[in-house]
Design a protein. Structure first.
Length: 167
C-alpha cells in the first residue's frame, strides 16, 4: 500500500534523477546479529586511588574523582575528593564534594564538605554546605559562600570611610 520514495535517498543518482542502486557498503550480517548500541550513557569511571604507600610532592588536578590514602604535599582539585583515614594532605583542597576522614593542613573549598569523626583539619573551610560529625577535630574558620570553587581566596577590601567618618 505504501512504499518508500527513492527520490530523497542519499547516494549517486542516474540521469533520470533516481538513486543509483549499488551494492551495500557494509557486509551483510546474519539475521539477528545487528549492531546494538545502547542509548544510555557510559558508566562513570571509578575514582583514582592514591594508595597508602604513595608520597606525592606537587599539585594534582582532575575532572574526575580521587581517593587519597597516602601523603600529599600540594594542592588537589577534583570533582569528588575523598581523603582516607590514614592519609595526610598539606595543601589546598578544591572539589565539588569533599569527604575528609584523615588529616588536612591547609584550606578546603567545596560545594559540599563533610568531616567525619576521624577527620583532623587545620585550616579554613569555605563551603556551600558543610557537615561535621561528632569527634572530628577542626582548627580554623568556616565561611559559607554560594560559589566557593571560584573564590580566589583573597578577602574583600573594606569600604572606604566617608568624609563624615574621617573627622
Amino acid at each position: 500500500m505504501f512504499s518508500k520514495s527513492k527520490i530523497n535517498e542519499p547516494g549517486p543518482r542516474t540521469a533520470e534523477g533516481t538513486p543509483q542502486m549499488d551494492a551495500p557498503t557494509k557486509p551483510a550480517q546474519p539475521q539477528g546479529q545487528q549492531d546494538y548500541r545502547p542509548a544510555a550513557p557510559k558508566a562513570k569511571p571509578p575514582a583514582s586511588v592514591l594508595s597508602a604507600d604513595l608520597h606525592i610532592k606537587g599539585n594534582i588536578k582532575t575532572t574526575g574523582d580521587i581517593q587519597v590514602e597516602g601523603q600529599i604535599e600540594g594542592d588537589i582539585r577534583a570533582h569528588l575528593l575523598t581523603v582516607g583515614e590514614g592519609a595526610t594532605v598539606k595543601g589546598e583542597l578544591v572539589a565539588d564534594d569533599v569527604v575528609i576522614n584523615g588529616r588536612i593542613v591547609g584550606r578546603v573549598r567545596g560545594l559540599k564538605v563533610r568531616l567525619t569523626s576521624t577527620a583532623r583539619v587545620e585550616g579554613d573551610i569555605i563551603h556551600k554546605t558543610i557537615a561535621i560529625e561528632s569527634g572530628a577535630h577542626f582548627e580554623g574558620s568556616v565561611q559559607r559562600q554560594d560559589d566557593p570553587l571560584n573564590n580566589t581566596g583573597t578577602p574583600k577590601p573594606l569600604p572606604k570611610p566617608s568624609l563624615d567618618e574621617q573627622s
